[in-house]
Design a protein around this ligand. Structure first.
Ligand SMILES: [Zn+2]
Length: 57
């Protein structure tokens, strides 16, 4: 996962598709990105979450 990939995913999942919440932090949602291991995780307070794993080739 490149930085560009991570940014693209961040934009794509900036808004929760379930409740429409687009805030992260303060107990509303979380965003975890680790380009080293190719892991992207976004969660929302409503219970929605997505985890994408794209190991570097
Ligand atoms: Zn939500």
């Amino acid at each position: 996962m490149t930085i560009d990939d991570a940014i693209q995913l961040t934009v794509q999942y900036s808004r929760c598709p379930n409740c429409g919440c687009d805030t992260i932090g303060g107990g509303t949602g979380t965003l975890e990105i680790d380009t080293e291991i190719g892991c992207f995780k976004r969660t929302c307070q409503c219970g929605w979450s997505i985890e994408i794993s794209t190991p570097n080739k």
